[in-house]
Ligand binder design. Structure first.
Ligand code: ADP
Ligand code: MG
Ligand code: MG
Length: 199
């Protein structure tokens, strides 16, 4: 079972890897967007950690709901409301139990991904974060390492795609040949689950 501390470790590990990879995320966004994805997420996850410190939520659902709210309120770019919706929806779906199962987590993240798709209108193959998140959530039934691989493969698979949502879509065919920044950061988020599970 996964408790509030697991979810705190998940957010902490995500913030750390976003900080490590911020330059790479921004470079990817420079190629097909406006070069702010790394700094957007650094600002967002720094605010998530500060919020967790300040409010000390004590259930898995409350940790994710708070994280989602913080992302929405601190990240101006598209990724803020989208990641915020992912985590807030997932947090709501987890309810207020003190512990949740991995299966409940998988179902909650599926609800979160559905929320992102409803908000942003992106489907699988549109070269967005959905291309990493959706296969990762499907693979969660096979464990965190399987989800991590699926997310990383999904992010790499965005390279030959033409963007149909977000800023990159303004480039039309010129978006082909570049890895989507949001799918790349989604792979970091999913990889951090494995770190959280390691303790
Ligand atoms: P902005 O584009 O506003 O500068 P970011 O650079 O932080 O925001 O985030 C860009 C990422 O957000 C993209 O790489 C893509 O993965 C994701 N994204 C943008 N629009 C959508 C959408 N409508 N649905 C899903 N993901 C999207
Ligand atoms: Mg951007
Ligand atoms: Mg921007």
């Amino acid at each position: 079972m996964l408790d509030a501390d697991f979810f705190r470790r998940w957010m902490t590990a995500t913030a750390a890897s976003v900080n490590r990879e911020a330059q790479r995320l921004t470079a990817l966004d420079a190629a097909i967007g406006d070069a702010d994805h790394g700094s957007n997420l650094q600002r967002g996850f720094t605010a998530v950690l500060a919020g967790l410190e300040k409010e000390a939520p004590d259930t898995p659902g409350a940790v994710l709901t708070l994280a989602g709210r913080r992302l929405i309120s601190t990240v101006g770019g598209a990724s803020g409301p989208l990641y915020g919706t992912l985590l807030r929806r997932a947090g709501k779906a987890l309810g207020d139990g003190a512990e949740v199962s991995e299966e409940q987590l998988a179902q909650a993240l599926r609800a979160g991904v559905d929320g992102v798709m409803a908000l942003g209108g992106a489907a699988l193959g549109d070269k967005t974060m959905i291309d990493a998140l959706s296969p990762a959530v499907d693979a969660l039934a096979d464990g965190f390492p399987a989800a991590r691989s699926a997310a990383e493969e999904g992010a790499v698979a965005t390279v030959p795609l033409q963007a149909r949502k977000g800023r990159a879509s303004y480039l039309g065919e010129r978006s082909i040949g570049h890895q989507d920044p949001g799918a790349t950061s989604s792979a970091l988020l999913i990889a951090a689950l494995e770190e959280a599970a390691a303790g």
